[in-house]
Design a protein around this ligand. Structure first.
Ligand code: FES
Length: 127
């Protein structure tokens, strides 16, 4: 008789494709399609009530909270160049890879989120 692993207790309830699990895996959620995101540009989406800027640079797609840490306007309406997202209101610059401010007046970072693409779909994990 061979010994098997102990029974799984994960018991996924078979819901409507609920993202991720409680086991620490990021819960990726469909955010948009690649076609939605302009080259060297950004769009704003809302995921589970959180505003998220989806940014396309020459080397890929990044996601960060779509709220400037300086005065709470949508960063997705700013300009994208290199790995920088520049806020349209007062010109703060953020590195889209880290969310860190790279130009004043903002001094606080904005949260960034993991991104993955599957085919034309862009998925973001808020947690
Ligand atoms: S609101 Fe973004 S720099 Fe002031």
């Amino acid at each position: 008789m061979t010994r098997r692993e102990t029974e799984s207790t994960s018991a996924a309830p078979g819901g409507p494709g609920g993202p991720g699990g409680p086991g620490g895996e990021p819960a990726f959620v469909l955010a948009c399609t690649l076609k939605d995101v302009p080259e060297d540009g950004a769009i704003g989406v809302e995921i589970e009530g959180t505003p998220v800027a989806i940014v396309r640079t020459s080397d890929g797609i990044y996601a960060l909270r779509d709220v400037c840490s300086h005065a709470e306007v949508p960063l997705s309406e700013g300009e994208v160049y290199d790995h920088t997202l520049e806020c349209w209101l007062h010109g703060s610059c953020f590195d889209v890879r880290s969310g860190q401010p790279t130009g004043p007046p903002a001094t606080e970072p904005v949260p960034t989120y993991p991104v993955k693409t599957e085919g034309d779909d862009v998925y973001v994990a808020l947690r």
